[in-house]
Design a protein around this ligand. Structure first.
Ligand code: TTP
Length: 201
């Protein structure tokens, strides 16, 4: 029997990405936790910590289900870029990204109840995590390109102030690594975890 599957995310991108694997969650229940980075926290550690905290928060509400949560962090060197919620922040992000490479860290945490799905015994739920890194290179952005992108509003609610799944892809010279990781969920790694749990064929 297929286990119950809960997506612990408010991101419509993550729901769309799961659909590409043929997976529709039985419930969507965002964690809504405090997402403030710790002082001097490195981007990779932050992405992993956020994914784990979101998944543990949601798993506590759904002890009988497989729970997936993720976090996408855009980083320039050791610097974590914010999720752009206003044009000033989005502009500042684009300025940092213009003409250089940056990294996108995708933290994924999947928690499943133990004692189900053939696992022996009971006790603490089992945790499966992944940290995926993608390198992205933007062209040097002209002032007019920045203005026009800000006008588009596509940056709103996106880590690092851009959405590669929209017109920003036309400003990206190359991507090295997982594309779906940039959009919000590294599908290869997610499938590797969910398939043995009987959620994906
Ligand atoms: C870089 C980039 C990010 N994003 C999105 C993915 C994520 O939704 C968002 C990063 O914020 P997250 O904090 O990872 O996710 P979220 O707040 O949207 O949802 P939740 O915490 O409930 O899971 O940025 C894109 O859609 N395209 C991109 O190219």
């Amino acid at each position: 029997m297929k286990p119950r599957f809960v997506l612990g995310s408010a991101s419509p991108r993550r729901l769309d990405l799961l659909a590409r694997l043929g997976l529709t969650p039985d419930a969507v229940d965002p964690a809504e936790i405090d997402e403030t980075p710790e002082k001097d926290e490195l981007p990779a550690a932050y992405a992993a910590r956020m994914a784990a905290e979101k998944a543990r928060t949601v798993a506590a509400r759904h002890p009988d289900a497989v729970v997936l949560a993720a976090d996408t962090v855009v980083a320039v060197g050791r610097r974590i870029l914010p999720k752009a919620e206003d044009p000033v922040t989005a502009r500042a992000c684009l300025k940092l990204l213009s003409g250089r490479r940056h990294r996108v860290f995708g933290g994924v945490m999947i928690i499943r109840p133990v004692g189900a799905m053939g696992a022996m015994g009971t006790g603490e739920p089992a945790e499966h995590d992944r940290l995926v890194q993608t390198t992205v290179s933007f062209k040097r952005l002209e002032a007019q390109e920045v203005d026009s992108y800000i006008e588009s509003d596509e940056w709103r609610g996106k880590a690092g102030g851009y959405a590669i799944q929209g017109r920003a892809e036309g400003l990206v010279r190359f991507v090295s690594g997982s594309y779906s990781n940039i959009v919000g969920l590294p599908l290869f790694e997610v499938r590797q975890i969910l398939r043995p749990l009987g959620l994906i064929e």
